[in-house]
Design a protein around this ligand. Sequence first.
Ligand code: NAD
Length: 245
Amino acid sequence: MSGPPRNGDTTDLRLGVLGFGLRGALARTAHRPGHGARVTVVADPDPARRDDATARIPGVRTVDDPRKVIDAPDVDAVLVLTPDHTHADLACAALRAGKPVFVEKPLDITVERCDRILRTARETGTRLYVGHNMRHMPVVRLMRDIVARGEIGEVRTVWVRHFVGYGGDWYFKDWHSERRYTTGLLLQKGAHDIDVVHWLTGGYTRQVQAFGATRTAGPPASPRPPTGTRRTATGRRTASGHSTR
Ligand SMILES: NC(=O)c1ccc[n+]([C@@H]2O[C@H](COP(=O)([O-])OP(=O)(O)OC[C@H]3O[C@@H](n4cnc5c(N)ncnc54)[C@H](O)[C@@H]3O)[C@@H](O)[C@H]2O)c1
């Protein structure tokens, strides 16, 4: 950041948003003009999502190119709310521009790309926050307090059951169902649980054993690609912010 935000007569942090899909809700929550933060620009390749942003965030500017958000002089920090496989490229571009970044979980879809984000944040000295929002949930905070107070002694086992109450379509019939866009459910959705287990126990996983099967949803019939993805003449898909190689 080049200095304190200048925003007329307020000191609101001016937020640029990349991606206005489901997690656009986060941008709407963060938009509190006169109370610390406001969203000034939203980028999304999908015109319908841009229209949605315009309707929901009065006065916001919308663009199709994320670079226009990252480079905008009226953006102090960037929220990366795009599909998983786009995170490293977008987050690193913003970090290199000296803009603090909030990036949704999971960081990206390979260890190498995740490491690139962490390395870029370190090298540029720019702030990075990963959206493990469950750490802020009252129930999780309470559990952590109970553990920290020693009320249950040493934690030896943590058992997690993660229920998804809205059916499998969400994960098996859009970009979540294809490896090129995401990891499996364990690291995509379960990233929250793994983070909370680490957070509660103050430790990190050293060894993993797993088994499982796809029982209820079956193979995706015709998965919906991420918005902003188009078919090329050869039938391959390309997505903005991501190399198809
Ligand atoms: N923390 C949580 O609880 C939580 C919950 C849901 C999703 N997520 C994460 O949030 C991210 C977004 O998920 P979603 O469900 O909102 O996805 P979504 O598909 O609903 O929305 C993604 C949006 O990003 C846009 N987009 C794609 N490429 C872009 C680019 N290069 N630049 C700008 N915009 C681009 C798409 O057009 C789309 O509107 C994912 O990484 C997901 O894992 C986190």
